[in-house]
Design a protein around this ligand. Structure first.
Ligand SMILES: [Zn+2]
Length: 290
């Protein structure tokens, strides 16, 4: 029987190329420590899929890329499929290099807040450095809304086709995050995805595209985006809010008797449940393939 989301590839590069061609998407979850990492690995096992875990820069700063890479290496002992490790939204070329040295599979250099020329320069430097280690590099064009990103009009955040094409040609990143209307975190209104622009970008460059702000996007929009060239989706907020709120509830109940393994024994399965739910939305043809 075909295992569509556990197909073996010689490298993450090859996986992304194949996913873009076959309209599949790698689900990537932001994790913070060994507990939510464990929850993501267990969820991926249950869904029989490869998965990516990502450290946001504050997590990489706190735990260090070296230690996090070792933690993921350890967790892979329990994984049935691939667990890829990615550095998410780093604005620092040096941090990307440190993650590459530490053994990350993939890094994102986010120069989207910089002028295009500077974005291209930063991306180029990381792409050059990543080459010998065979590490995937994600670049960003346009802005992902939320988290204090201020925009005045659509043109302010929407990735322009010309900019995307220039960045892709000059810096040659492996995968590209594009601002098309999604937002980080929970949003008061459903984010309005500019599918027209997504289509134009997907026609302009062959690179697998990355959809950010996965927590707040309705399933049908996630699936439509995947059919249009999104080959990686980032999901963060739903993981850490479930983690923190459920842990807080139990710590309040336990009071001064709160004991980490007892609390986390109850919280990990709840994080796992939300990850399984998102994996079902992203690997939406999973019923046909298992
Ligand atoms: Zn993002």
């Amino acid at each position: 029987m075909e295992k569509k989301f556990s197909e073996q590839f010689s490298s993450l590069h090859e996986l992304f190329k194949a996913y873009r061609k076959s309209e599949r998407c790698l689900a990537a979850f932001n994790v913070n420590d060994n507990y939510d990492l464990k929850a993501v690995v267990e969820a991926a096992n249950e869904m029989n899929t490869h998965v990516m875990v990502m450290t946001y820069p504050p997590v990489a700063d706190l735990i260090t890329p070296q230690v996090f890479a070792k933690m993921v290496e350890g967790m892979r002992l329990n994984a049935h499929n691939k667990v890829f490790l990615h550095l998410d939204h780093s604005t620092s070329v040096d941090q990307c290099k440190a993650a590459i040295d530490a053994g990350y599979d993939s890094v994102m250099i986010d120069g989207s807040q910089q002028p295009l020329e500077e974005n291209i320069k930063m991306t180029k430097e990381v792409v050059e450095y990543a080459k010998s280690a065979n590490v995937v590099v994600e670049a960003e064009i346009g802005k992902i809304l939320g988290r204090g990103v201020e925009v005045k009009s659509d043109d302010d955040f929407l990735a322009s086709v010309a900019d995307v094409t220039q960045l892709y040609k000059e810096a040659n990143p492996d995968i590209v995050a594009v601002g098309i209307g999604t937002a980080h975190g929970f949003t008061p209104q459903e984010p309005k995805i500019h599918f027209g622009r997504l289509g134009e970008i997907a026609d302009a460059i062959p690179a697998p595209l990355v959809l950010h702000g996965g927590t707040g996007i309705p399933d049908k929009d996630i699936q439509k985006s995947i059919s249009m060239g999104m080959s990686k989706i980032n999901i963060g907020t739903i993981v850490h809010t479930t983690y923190m709120q459920e842990a807080l509830k139990r710590m309040n109940e336990a009071g001064e008797n709160a004991y980490p393994p007892f609390i986390m024994n109850e919280v990990v399965p709840l994080i796992k449940d939300v990850v399984v739910d998102r994996l079902k939305a992203v690997n939406f043809e999973y019923e046909l393939s298992v």
